[in-house]
Design a protein around this ligand. Structure first.
Ligand code: SF4
Ligand code: SF4
Length: 234
């Protein structure tokens, strides 16, 4: 059933129950997100898709549209909140982009550029998190994890459906973990997909770092906004 929703004062037709972040993109309105994967259930973990829906702040990746819904995306307070959330993600990890093999392909970095972020307004926490090298094909650069849970929810053993990644502890002690025996059973294509799925440079495929020259990397060719609006990017 077709319904009407308003985004920033403009009325759009939408499919009843479709996800707000998708409906916005289909109508040329970019709502950033780092945990959402198109076609999969919204996770609402990174909160960078926060918008105001009928006066309340909500995550656009978890909200199904409904007739008469009033959505504010570009309102300055909301835009500032999303920028702040991205700055927080930078300050909660250790992000040294020039030396990171995900640079140019990283959704967090690309979003930082998109939102005009120069530096985080929050004090950097410089967490100490050890790297995990035990799996044969993958290493975890834990400093860069933003705990979006994409890997936890969507990367599973192909036969049993068991989770391969998990998050241990909470808050400042949170840590991304890998089940090494299951990880070692992953076919190379699944390893590549997991590294691609990770929005930052935390899941790294061993042996293929820096394989694309500067200038030819994903977001150097087309920004995260352009890709989202073309529905080519998560
Ligand atoms: S993961 Fe992204 S934001 Fe972090 S250092 Fe690498 S390129 Fe920069
Ligand atoms: S390892 Fe990557 S995909 Fe997994 S939770 Fe961390 S940032 Fe998200």
């Amino acid at each position: 059933m077709s319904i009407d929703i308003s985004i920033d004062g403009q009325v759009y037709k939408a499919r009843d129950g479709a996800t707000l972040v998708d409906v916005a993109a289909e109508n040329g309105v970019y709502i950033p997100s780092l945990c959402y994967v198109r076609g999969k259930p919204g996770l609402g973990t990174c909160r960078t898709c926060s918008v105001r829906v009928n006066g309340k702040v909500m995550t656009a990746c978890t909200v199904p549209v409904a007739d008469g819904m009033d959505v504010e995306v570009s309102e300055p307070g909301m835009a500032e909140m999303r920028k702040m959330l991205v700055e927080l993600l930078f300050s909660e990890g250790n992000h040294n982009c020039p030396s990171c093999e995900k640079s140019g392909r990283c959704e967090l970095q690309s979003l930082g550029y998109e939102l005009g972020m120069m530096v985080s307004r929050f004090p950097y926490r410089f967490p100490v998190r050890t790297r995990e090298h035990a799996a044969k094909q993958i290493w975890l650069e834990r400093d860069r994890c933003i705990f979006c849970q994409r890997c936890v929810k969507f990367v599973r053993n192909l036969e049993t459906g068991q989770k391969i990644f998990s998050i241990d502890h909470r808050g400042s002690r949170a840590s991304i973990e890998i089940d090494v025996s299951l990880a070692d059973k992953m076919p190379p294509e699944q390893v590549r997909e997991a590294a691609h799925l990770c929005p930052v440079g935390c899941i790294v495929e061993k042996g293929v770092g820096y394989n694309k020259p500067i200038g030819q990397r994903r977001f150097e060719i087309k920004s995260i906004r352009e890709r989202a609006l073309e529905r080519k990017c998560r």
